[in-house]
Structures are given as C-alpha cells and as structure tokens.
Ligand binder design. Sequence first.
Ligand code: ARG
Length: 434
Amino acid sequence: MRLNRVVAACLLSLTTLAAQAAEGPITAIRAARLIDGLGSSPIRDAVVIIDGERIVAAGSRLAIPAGATVIDLGDATLLPGFIDCHTHITGEPGDYYKSFVRDSHIDDAVRAHIYAARTLQAGFTTIRNLGAGEFVDIALRRAIDEGVVSGPRIVAAGHGIGATGGHADDGVGASPYIALQGFSGVADGVEAVRLKVREQVKYGADVIKMVATAGVLSEEDSVGAPQYTQAEMDALVDEAHRWDRKVAAHAHGAEGIKMAIRAGVDSIEHGSFIDDEGIAMMKARGTYLVADIYNDDYILAEFGKLNYPQKIIDKERLVGRVQRENFRKAVRAGVKIAYGTDAGVYPHGGNGRQFAKHVEWGQTPMQAIVAATSSAATLLGRDKDIGAVAAGRFADLVAVSGDPLADITLLERPGFVMKGGVTVRRDAQPLASR
Ligand code: ARG
C-alpha cells in the first residue's frame, strides 16, 4: 500500500516533469542531506530537480526524470546559496594612506570583478552591497547580470548617504585643501537628503544605505554618535520607501539606532551599542539586525600593519566585544537576524567565517543558516526568488561535505556552488563519490 503510494507519487512527478521538460534542460542533484534554508529539519537522501534556472522540486528520494543530467554530490549537505546582506564589493583592506592618496574609485572598478568572483566561489550567490563610490557596484551588478563577469546577484545601494564630516564623508581627517571630486553620498538637511536618495535611485540603486551614526573605520571622533537629525532620518526613509527602496542604516550608538528605528528603517547594520529599549523596538517593529560580528578579529590582527591611525584601532577596541555581547542579547530577545559581514573590511571570499561567530554568540547552527538564507532573502524583499531550496526559486545552491549542523565551519569551505542552474564550482574532492 505504502509502496504503491510512493510509486504513484513518483509517476505523478515524472509526468509533471515531463511536461516541464520542454522548458529547458533538466538537472537533478543528489546529496545525502538537504537543509532548505527555511528552518525545517534536514532531509535525507535529497534530490533537487532543476529546470533551467529554477528549482521545480526538492525532497527525499524524488524520481529523477529521464534524460536529466544528474549531479551526485555523495555525502554532502545541500543548502541554498548564501546571502551576505552587508558587503563593500569594490574594495579590500590595504595601506590606509595608499588607499586615500593614490587609489581612486577607478582602481576599485578595475578590481571589483575579482572580489565578486571570489565571493561567488565562497557560496555567496547574492550580496547586498551597502556603499560604493561612483556607482561601481551598480555597473558590476549589470555586468554580472549580463553574464560578462562571474559573481553573485547584487542588491546595490550606490553611495551610502550621510552627513558632512561623518562616516560617509571620505574627506574626514584630510587637509581642507584636498578637494575630493566625483559623486558623493554626502547630504545635509531634509531636502538634500531626499535629493540624494533620488539620485541613487535614478542611477540604479536597489536599496538605500543611510549612515545614521559615526563609525569605526573613519576619522571622526565618535564611534556611535548620531550624525543625522531625526528630521533628516525621517525624510530619508520616507523618500526611499516612496520609491519602493528599503533602507539599511549604519548605526553603532544606542541613540542613533533608536532614531533610525523610529524613522522606519528596514535594518540596523552593526547595532553595536544597542540597549534594551532599542532591542524591544526592533522586536516590536520587525526591524532586522545585520551585525558584522566576525571582522573585529581581522581588524585587530591586521589593521595596525596597514598604517591605520591609532584613533581607528582604539575605536574598534570599543566596539568589537560589546557588539558581540549585544548580538547575543538581541538573538535571545527574538530580534530578526540577517547575515551580513561587511566583507571588504576583510578579504572577499571569507564571507562564511562569520557563521561560527553567530553560533558562538547565541544562535543555533540552523538559525545561523536561516540568517544567511531565507531571513536574508526576506530582508532583501527577494524571498520569491532566493533564500530557500524550494520549488519556484532560483537554483542557487551550495554543498559542503559532511554535516554543517555538527560543524558550522564547514560552511566556510563549499565544494559545490550553483547559481541560477549553472554550476560555478565543483571540487573533485571531497564531493565526488558517496
Ligand atoms: N564599517 C564599519 C565601521 O567602520 C566597520 C565596523 C567594524 N567593526 C566591528 N566591530 N563590527 O563602522
């Protein structure tokens, strides 16, 4: 009886799939385990059926349609492609003064495709890029979408918008006679802030980045003081939402975090000094926390060698540990968490290193995976397309050998990556045989 039902189900899916076969090439992927990204228990003996660029079915022991190309990943765990909600894909750490004086956004534009390729190879099939000079992130997104360059899907912000003398102002710390040229994200006052949002949208931004407070890697004195008035934040968010763009707010300090939440931002980035009231507000409003809780290790180990001013290193020391402790508080309180690393502050391709920090600081391995898949996709407003191994979504997939619920660091080393049904990485070992 039971067996008959299984056979019938297989026949049914075969017929459905046969009907779809006309649409595009069918691929079937087999793996020992599947974690769907939605938080369900892992599926054993998983089969994912892909038609062209999308998933048509995923489950245990599904029948494989005749003529399908079969990819057998053996004792591997399949997951949705990872999503990093906070990157700076156009840059990487380098000598502080060289970056400032000799390099320009033209150099960034020349190199960015290398970082994009590395990010994709690390299993991150989508990134949200929160700030780049001269619309380079938008140009890169186009080149990737047109298939000219290999890289993740990019949800791009263009320039981060912030106040004169603040974290988004590249001239802080320089002589007043060094005049920076080109586009900039600096805007002061409600009308200018609205105009700056419109300018980002005009040139292709998918999301708006607001610099609500001071930062670490910039030379203003404070690390977390608000840098916009409530009126400026309100206007920025109102304008962005009118254009149907979500807002990600860079915010370290407790007061600036609350001002940004009140203004209605969709996510708080960093969130370092968030207090209990801020946590309660995020929970009540469903604001996401995107906390870059890995990069403190990298900054403290490396930035001294890169001639960063002592002031900046000192600011990092104020933030690193507290940010992690507050991340844990937010997790315990049930704040929505999405995965974002600030890659670019440390080398691209290392995006997966933050998974272990999510687990060390309060999330279960499954929650950490959800943060980088379905939760991130919902924050990006892309949950119909990405963030889960489910029928209808893009075939953006990652596989790691073994079980990441037992060892979360496996997610740092994917052996297989597919984006939109196209295999972009398949290591011979350790994924070749069962
Ligand atoms: N872009 C951020 C800033 O400069 C990086 C903060 C890095 N440190 C940290 N502990 N998350 O403010």
